[in-house]
Design a protein around this ligand. Structure first.
Ligand code: NAI
Ligand code: MG
Length: 523
């Protein structure tokens, strides 16, 4: 891979076979495809409008999940670099033009940023596939366009931020100002690296905050590239700072920093708790947490079995199962249970695994060895707990971090595989009899991020959607997200809501301004 860096584009005669899970036969492409790998251009920290080395001079390798080999080295931020970034962001907020300029001007710059992301879509998509392992087609059609949407959505809000006029009791009147909260620390995960980056920065920038953001150590490349595009769009120095680095060092320094006014995090529930503790122990900065999930998808007897199986398949296996709101507990009503199980196995068998750069590949590798090991460990646990392993259960191929799409049936609520977030292509199928029963069992985890319902009965759909404790309910669909729909968790799936006006408001604070209508009785 270093060859690629040194000599420009690497053209590799690719002979990796595409193969269907648990088939003995290998399905090779008719002709070997030529894969052009992107070359990372930006590998340093982005502080105060410039790419710089880390204070310590340290770097770390980011790996290609297809092989486990290094792609390149990037600068590693530690506490000293966080201090520098916060100093720049603080100055940009306290004295710089960004929070003071008309909202229409911020909107113009954010729209230009969106245009630049759109113009670089192909390069960003390739870089994302290389660093993360997700299918290139998904990056082109989903991940990168969603970044453009986030920027344009919040650019649209930038000049429409209003307060209220207050008709107070007594001889006073007042109004409220919606003010940007200040310097914002943002820590993001690796499952949607660039989408998460833009979901986080767009509302914060739109309302006039300045940002210090840390991408996940597994996937720093697209965020650093995006920093350059932000600069080209005209975002002033210090407004957007991007620090590649690790959680326990750079991430912890951000969450405990006295110069940061708010923290927004997406990732594991365990780290969310640590971030909240750090915020509490430092300056009591408010936290927004978007955490894990173990979402139920409930399939009623009246569903079309084929359609429900397709939905469940996508709910469980999209993005290699690395989605916080993945549907992983598939509750199927007893009347169609056996047929559903049979068809779900047939459907999983059709899943095309392979190199994520290859056309037609639906499932690439997991992001890294740690996730790969964690998933295989849970599969072993499922077997030990006497769940019925119907398909998959093993790694796939002879290199990289691929895991076969896996289905367990006869899963019981108290099993680990029904309680913990596995974050991999593992579907658990659970049988149920009545609506009352599935409400209780659907809610029986510490999480509450999402839930899905498949039924033709509107009364059942309404009843379930009001009784399930989750931040998003999908009826006869799944994983449908939009900038206009608030997203966030009940229970231990998180605090606060992102996207929509809720997302913007979470980066603002309200100030009341009060004065006498006539003469002041105070003077
Ligand atoms: P993680 O929660 O450790 O990582 C997410 C981000 O938090 C990364 O940028 C990381 O550097 C940072 N971080 C880690 N420790 C930190 C600390 N002490 N202070 C501040 N920031 C810190 O997640 P990880 O280890 O990558 O994955 C473990 C599990 O977490 C996954 O298997 C999955 O179950 C869950 N997860 C959930 C995600 C979601 O979208 N809700 C995304 C990623 C992981
Ligand atoms: Mg990587």
């Amino acid at each position: 891979m270093f060859f690629a860096q040194k000599y420009g584009y690497l053209h590799k005669n690719f002979s990796f076979a595409i193969r269907r899970v648990s088939c003995v036969t290998l399905h090779s492409m008719a002709a070997p495809a030529v894969i052009t790998l992107p070359v990372p251009k930006y590998t340093k920290l982005f502080i105060n409008g410039e790419f710089v080395d880390s204070v310590s001079g340290r770097t770390f390798e980011t790996l290609d999940p297809r092989t486990g080999d290094a792609i390149t080295s990037v600068a590693e931020a530690t506490k000293e670099d966080v201090d520098e970034a916060v100093k720049a962001a603080r100055k940009a907020f306290d004295h710089g033009p960004w929070p003071r300029m008309p909202g229409s001007e911020r909107a113009r710059i954010l729209n230009k940023y969106a245009d630049l992301v759109e113009q670089h879509l192909e390069e960003l998509a390739r870089l994302e596939t290389l660093d993360n392992g997700k299918p290139l087609a998904a990056c082109r059609a989903g991940d990168i366009p969603s970044c453009v949407k986030a920027l344009r959505y919040y650019a649209g809000y930038a000049d429409k931020i209003h307060g209220l006029t207050l008709k107070m009791s007594g001889e006073y009147q007042g109004y409220t100002l919606q003010e940007p909260i200040g310097v914002v620390g943002q820590i993001i995960p690796w499952n949607y690296p660039l989408s998460m980056f833009f979901y986080k920065i767009s509302p914060a920038l739109a309302c006039g905050c300045t940002v210090v953001i840390k991408p996940a150590e597994q996937t720093p490349l697209t965020a650093l590239y995006a920093a350059q595009l932000g600069k080209e769009a005209g975002i002033p120095a210090g407004v957007l700072n991007v620090l590649s680095g690790f959680g326990e060092t750079a991430g912890a320094a951000i969450s405990s920093h006295m110069g940061i006014d708010k923290i927004a995090f997406t990732g594991s529930t365990e780290v969310g708790r640590r971030i909240m503790e750090a915020a509490a122990k430092s300056n009591l900065k408010p936290v927004m947490l978007e955490l894990g999930g173990k979402s139920p998808l409930i399939v009623m007897d009246d569903a079309d079995v084929e359609e429900a199986v397709n939905l469940a398949h996508r709910a469980a296996y999209s993005n290699m199962g690395q989605i916080c709101c993945a549907g992983t507990r598939i509750f199927v009503q007893e009347g169609i249970h056996d047929e559903f199980v049979k068809k779900a196995v047939e459907r999983a068998r059709q899943q095309v695994l392979g190199d994520p750069f290859m056309p037609g590949v639906q499932q690439g590798p997991q992001v890294d060895k740690a996730q790969f090991d964690k998933i295989l460990k849970y599969i072993e646990l499922g077997k030990r707990e006497q769940a019925n392993l119907l398909i998959g259960g093993k790694c796939w191929g002879d290199k990289g971090f691929y895991v076969e799409p896996t289905i367990f049936s006869d899963v019981q609520d108290n099993m680990k595989i029904a309680q913990d977030e596995i974050f991999g292509p593992v579907m658990s199928i659970l049988k149920f009899k009545t609506v009352e029963e599935v409400i209780e069992r659907g809610n029986k985890t510490i999480y509450g991020l999402a839930a899905g319902i498949v039924t033709k009965n509107i009364n059942v759909a309404n009843r379930l959607s009001r009784s399930l404790r989750a931040g998003v309910i999908w009826i006869n669909c799944y994983l449908v997200t939009d900038m206009d729909a608030p997203f966030g968790g009940y229970k231990m799936s998180g605090i606060g809501r992102e996207r929509s006006l809720c997302g913007l408001e979470s980066y603002m604070q309200v100030k009341s301004v009060i004065c006498p209508v006539y003469e002041s009785p105070w003077l």
